[in-house]
Design a binder for this molecule. Structure first.
Ligand SMILES: O=C(O)CCC(=O)C(=O)O
Ligand SMILES: [Fe+2]
Length: 276
């Protein structure tokens, strides 16, 4: 039994329905850099995934930092108000992939070959690979009440997530499609958004069970502060362009509170990549 609602999203069956779905996703990615597929998993699978998230959440590693939207250091040569100088509180809560057992429904989703091929097609690339990092390949992201994931750009090209539990209030995904590009940082608009200007802000409030594909490198985005008593849980499905990639030890320890022998070995052999 598939965890994906294949009646609604026939990603495993070549044909006109699948082609139309891929075309719609490509169009949305081209227009806004974001696709949300509501009700992507079945109701039964969602119930199982929600329970898995709640079981695992106490094992999350939490760390709170002050960060700017580039995840970079401060630069005192720049004027105050420059986005590089605007630091915001970020609390991260990550359940590592090695705590997610082989029988978990969320792993069934991640290891679904049809899904991986579908995501690659939506992104118009030949293929993508499961991310080779033993902790980072599949992660539950836990946002506790009162915490937030402030405005930032991602370092990696795209992110695939599945919301398994919504906050009671807050916890909204907000983004500014293509606010910057390879050639133009668009500092003025980024600074204005950080200061509260909503002119470029799109808001999403998907229901649990929604799959999201998002290009975060050029689109400033955030998850607003969690209100009410319920945690927000998202599953992050890690993919990469190249097989066998692994994160560096320092970053791994920061995100998960530990690293594995594999991370240490990769570091010794110079195989790690610095940031995800
Ligand atoms: O939790 C989300 O919906 C987005 C998370 C995010 O932006 C990230 O992990 O970089
Ligand atoms: Fe992000």
């Amino acid at each position: 039994m598939s965890v994906i609602d294949l009646a609604r999203y026939p990603i495993d069956r070549p044909g006109p329905e699948r082609e139309a779905l891929v075309a719609t996703c490509r169009q949305q990615l081209a227009e806004t850099g974001c696709v949300v597929l509501e009700g992507f998993v079945t109701q039964d699978a969602l119930a199982a995934m929600n329970a898995e998230g709640r079981d695992l959440a106490p094992s999350a590693h939490f760390n709170t930092t002050q960060t700017n939207c580039y995840s970079s250091g401060d630069d005192s040569a720049l004027p105050e108000g420059h986005p590089k100088r605007v630091f915001m509180e970020r609390t991260n809560g990550f359940v590592a992939g090695d705590l997610i057992g082989p029988d978990y429904a969320v792993r069934g989703l991640y290891e679904n070959e049809a899904l991986r091929m579908f995501v690659a097609e939506c992104m118009q690339v030949e293929q993508i690979h499961e991310y080779g990092d033993p902790l980072g390949h599949l992660v539950f992201n836990v946002l506790r009440p009162g915490t937030q994931h402030p405005w930032h750009f991602d370092n990696n090209g795209f992110i695939v997530t599945l919301l398994t539990q919504k906050a009671e209030a807050g916890g909204k995904f907000e983004y500014c499609p293509r606010i910057r590009s390879e050639n133009d940082e668009n500092i003025g608009a980024v600074a204005a958004t950080l200061a509260g200007d909503e002119a470029l802000v799109h808001r999403l409030d998907p229901e649990p069970g929604s799959l999201q594909i998002f290009y975060g490198r050029h689109s400033l985005h955030r998850v607003t502060r969690i209100e009410g008593g319920r945690e927000r849980h998202t599953l992050i499905l890690g993919y990469s362009d190249t097989p066998g990639e692994i994160a560096d030890v320092e970053r791994t320890k920061r995100l998960f509170g530990r690293a594995t022998d594999e991370h240490e070995r990769a570091a010794r052999e110079g195989r790690e990549r610095v940031s995800v």
